[in-house]
Design a protein around this ligand. Structure first.
Ligand SMILES: Cc1cc2nc3c(=O)[nH]c(=O)nc-3n(C[C@H](O)[C@H](O)[C@H](O)COP(=O)(O)OP(=O)(O)OC[C@H]3O[C@@H](n4cnc5c(N)ncnc54)[C@H](O)[C@@H]3O)c2cc1C
Length: 553
């Protein structure tokens, strides 16, 4: 296949650019063939391989002007005579034209020999699911255990909690089949590079994610589709010889002479210990009991930097108008997103994270007496508000103890303080940006209605955080309107706290991905401090599976 990059088509004057790939393909193909100096009769098939939006505004004084929006495509062109493709590429000598490299990354081959016991993957989040899928492909018949419910029961529990019902500490936005990813926004963009990314996207597509995740430069699934996708991934693990048990919690780990010997599992109040030589710990950053369990066993853990802050909500229409000018609402663009970062005078960083266009602020608690916010959107991204986390980094030296678990205690204190400040029924403390900047408590919303489902308690959020967090947030909120004017909206809402964006603990591991002090223990994913986000957690799970298969020769 010939790959033609950099096909840039301005939105202006091209009505066929409407976000529908079937409508856009002929336009992109026309440009690709013109560049290749070929006609359609010579081709067997053309495809869009990648689509991105360039909506940069002119620099300098014209900055406030409308952007010259361009849709940029990479096209794949297959010729009727595939042997002629190389000649076409060589004849042109254009750096934008190349033969598509075959994607060499695949699921692991069958393992050379079995393990002494089947591998146990603990935690069915992105890391655990993809690790189990890869181990199953290798014929190692993994057992995947998840403390929370299957997606149907979990969806009911999450919905009931959002509507004011009780919190199920084992089945909520953080815990249950699919992990934190199931009720996530499902943005699949990542700052990491890994050869497995294409494989992960294809597996998600095969499990029901829209085809355009294979093409979009910022792929997005949406929280309405994710539970079905997770159930289909689980079914695939079963079909390949693995076993998945829900409502099954790892409560103990047996260690003998520096290696894993067993795991203790609990289901419906009944415990069983099973012999195990390979345990993949994919329990996520919210499994605080697992960190405590490891610390209690004397397994070395480390502190690591993390970040806390607030969810900020604006009207999506304001964000669209700022980003896209007169093109706001154009079907080729969808709801606009943004990213921002600010280095405060004291050197601390403030940055947006997990921006959810047309989304909703989530009630993401997993412990009683603790409020946690996060954000998500549905596939259509058609909610009235845009939300994003606005975070400040917290460093190990900010903590009051060298204990590896000090960061968890710090997060928990923040979440409990927010619970108290919110009135004790999972309402979240909230303040308008204008009031926050002026240092005045808020009494109610303005034009932006907060979407946090358990309700908000208006007031001041300063008291929840140490001064270095609020000072940095204030400085950033004062500066960001220079590049993103809507950040200057007085009525934007800050809902607190966003405390679970990353793990405050790292579980060390060697190049073979095993804990240096516990043979057979593979810490993976976000909780172990080796990933952040859906794609990197899934890639880390696959990496661990490959390391296990490689260890078998
Ligand atoms: C609302 C929300 C929106 C998000 N949006 C995005 C997004 O758009 N894009 C993105 O890239 N990331 C997003 N994230 C983050 C993303 O979901 C995580 O990075 C990812 O899920 C981490 O995967 P993981 O497998 O490492 O851990 P988790 O997903 O946390 O999975 C860990 C699993 O282990 C289970 N477990 C814990 N302890 C035990 C035990 N003792 N026994 C058995 N099971 C156990 C837990 O119940 C859980 O299901 C979002 C998160 C949330 C909450």
């Amino acid at each position: 296949m010939i790959c033609v990059r950099g096909i840039r088509i301005p939105l202006k004057g091209h009505r066929r650019l409407d976000g529908n790939l079937a409508h856009e393909l002929p336009l992109a193909t026309e440009r690709a063939l013109a560049l290749l100096r070929l006609d359609e009769g010579q081709t067997r098939r053309t495809t869009i391989l990648r689509r991105s939006i360039d909506a940069r505004k002119p620099r300098g004084p014209g900055r406030a002007a409308d952007p010259n929006v361009v849709i940029e495509f990479t096209c794949g062109v297959e010729l009727k005579d595939p042997r002629a493709e190389r000649a076409v590429v060589n004849r042109l000598g254009n750096p934008r034209v190349a033969l598509a490299a075959p994607d060499a990354f695949a699921w692991p081959e069958r393992a050379a020999r079995p393990l002494p016991h089947r591998p146990v993957v603990v935690g069915a989040g992105c890391a655990g699911l993809f690790c189990a899928l890869a181990l199953a492909h290798a014929g190692l018949a993994p057992l995947l255990v998840e403390q929370g419910d299957d997606c149907a029961r979990r969806t009911a529990a999450v919905r009931a909690f959002a509507q004011g019902g009780p919190l199920d500490p084992l089945s909520n936005v953080q815990f249950g089949l699919g992990g934190a990813g199931t009720f996530s926004d499902g943005k699949l963009s990542t700052g990491t590079r890994d050869a497995s990314h294409r494989l992960i996207l294809e597996a998600l597509h095969a499990a029901g994610a829209p085809e355009r995740i294979l093409v979009d430069s910022h792929p997005h699934v949406g929280s309405d589709l994710l539970p079905g996708i997770v159930e289909r991934l689980v079914a695939a693990i079963g079909e390949l010889g693995g076993e998945v048990r829900v409502r099954t919690r790892m409560t103990g780990l047996g260690l003998e002479r520096g290696r894993v010997a067993s795991v203790e599992l609990e289901r419906d109040g009944t415990s069983e210990a099973i012999a195990a030589s390979t345990v993949i710990l994919a329990t996520g950053h919210s499994a605080r009991d697992v960190f405590e369990l490891l610390a209690g066993l004397g397994v070395p853990l480390e502190q690591k930097p993390f970040a806390v802050g607030v969810r900020v909500e604006h009207l999506q229409a304001t964000v669209d108008a700022d980003r896209y000018g007169r093109w706001a609402g154009h079907p080729a663009l969808g709801a606009a997103s943004y990213r921002a970062a600010w280095k405060a005078s004291g050197g601390r960083r403030c940055f947006t994270f997990c921006m959810c266009p047309g989304g909703q602020v989530m009630a993401a608690a997993s412990e009683p007496h603790g409020v946690v916010t996060n954000g998500a959107s549905e596939t259509a991204r058609d909610g009235a508000n845009a939300n994003a986390a606005l975070l400040v980094n917290v460093l190990p030296e900010d903590l009051d103890s060298p204990d590896p678990l000090a960061g968890i205690a710090w997060q928990r204190r923040l979440e409990r303080a927010a619970y108290e400040a919110g009135g004790g029924d999972f309402a979240a403390p909230a303040q308008l940006v204008g009031d926050f900047l002026r240092g005045t408590p808020s009494t109610g919303p303005g034009s932006v209605r907060p979407t946090y489902p358990r309700g908000v308690s208006w007031g001041a959020i300063d008291g929840l955080f140490p001064a270095y967090v609020t000072d940095t947030l204030r400085e950033a909120l004062g500066a960001l309107p220079r590049t993103l004017p809507f950040f200057g909206e007085d009525d934007a809402v800050l809902t607190a706290p966003e405390s679970r964006s990353s793990s405050p603990v790292r579980i060390p591991r060697t190049d073979a991905l095993m804990h240096p002090n516990v043979a057979g223990l593979y810490p993976v994913g976000e909780g172990a401090g080796w990933a952040g986000g859906i794609m990197s957690a899934a890639a880390d799970g696959i990496r661990a599976a490959r390391a296990i298969v490689a260890s078998l020769g």
